[in-house]
Design a protein around this ligand. Structure first.
Ligand code: HSE
Length: 315
């Protein structure tokens, strides 16, 4: 093995659930995401040599780190668990516990980097279950909506994650996304714990009607149908209580022209979709003025949909 070879990979931030698709729908955005560099070393097996941008909060032990666990799962399947001496460097480039798929970005970047380094034994589809192992460590549950969007880019529908069966959906060309991230943290593990285990049949019917219609809207580039479908009957009513000013921010986004607005992943970030950059920026300002009033700091971010997903970048 050449001891100098290294691969650096970027994986983007993602919006999971997309209102009506809890655990099965997601999309990737530009401008936020993580870098993972994998390089061969002479000895020591798989390790994590550095993590930056996490404020010293993430574990460096491979068996406790999302990127480490994902890489370990890959090496195990490749039959190289004890034979590969690889060090990972993780550069976090988005806030932790924000609802923007931070752990998923690290896991996705790690599996792409290690796969590339060891000669690409797996296709991108085949990398999904490994990245999900990392996500599981972070959230306590195996869901693939963030990791699949981070790996493949664009809108994705996860039919099953193991075996990987992910459908890449079309991205309507005008779509823009506004993210507002209030400066509070919500751990996915906790925001999953408060969810009810049973769903009323009536609500389930509305939810899967919306999900089907949203998918149809993406295929037909029907922004009006997308708008009518971006509703969450089941998860948002429970989780929104954890987000100060949620109802007012959502109303402000709709009033400013959003097609729809809901919680990004497990929150606290909120996303809104619209059909131009100008609208997306004005939606961000409107949502921001709600948080200003209640005295909560926040960041806004406007992006087109990222259709590239995780990819190798120059070291
Ligand atoms: N689908 C997941 C959830 C995404 O909402 O809990 C967060 O990782």
């Amino acid at each position: 093995m050449p001891s100098t070879k290294s691969v650096r990979v970027f994986a983007p931030a993602t919006v999971a659930n997309v209102a009506c698709g809890f655990d099965v729908l997601g999309f990737a955005i530009h401008g936020l995401g993580d870098y993972v560099t994998a390089r061969f070393v002479d000895q020591g097996g798989l390790g994590i040599e550095s993590i930056t941008g996490d404020g010293g909060r993430l574990p460096k032990e491979t068996s406790k780190n999302t990127a480490g666990l994902a890489a370990l799962a890959l090496l195990k399947k490749a039959g190289k668990e004890s034979g590969a001496n690889i060090q990972l460097s993780i550069e976090k480039n988005m806030p932790l516990g924000s609802g923007l798929g931070s752990s998923a970005a690290s896991s996705a970047a790690a599996v792409v980097a290690v796969n590339e380094l060891i000669g690409k034994p797996f296709s991108v589809q085949e990398l999904l279950p490994f990245a999900v192992e990392g996500e599981m460590a972070a959230s306590g549950s195996a869901h693939a909506d963030n990791v699949a969007a981070a790996l493949f880019g664009g809108f994705i529908l996860v039919k099953t994650h193991n075996p990987p069966d992910v459908i890449s959906l079309p991205t309507p060309s005008k779509l823009h996304c506004t993210i507002i991230h209030p400066s509070i943290e919500i751990q996915t593990r906790n925001s999953r714990m408060i969810l009810k285990k049973d769903v009323l049949l009536e609500k389930a019917v509305t939810q899967w009607a919306n999900l089907g219609a949203l998918v149809a809207g993406l295929y037909t580039e029907d922004y009006e149908l997308i708008s009518r479908s971006l509703h969450d009957e089941i998860i948002e009513p429970v989780r929104s209580i954890l987000i100060p000013g949620f109802a007012d921010m959502k109303q402000a986004a709709i009033d400013a022209g959003a097609l729809g607005c809901s919680i990004s992943g497990s929150g606290p970030s909120i996303f809104a979709l619209s059909i131009s950059k100008k609208e997306a920026e004005s939606i961000g300002n409107s949502m921001g003025s709600v948080l200003k009033k209640i005295g909560l700091e926040y960041h806004t971010h406007v992006s087109e949909i990222n259709t590239t997903g995780a990819h190798v970048v120059k070291a």
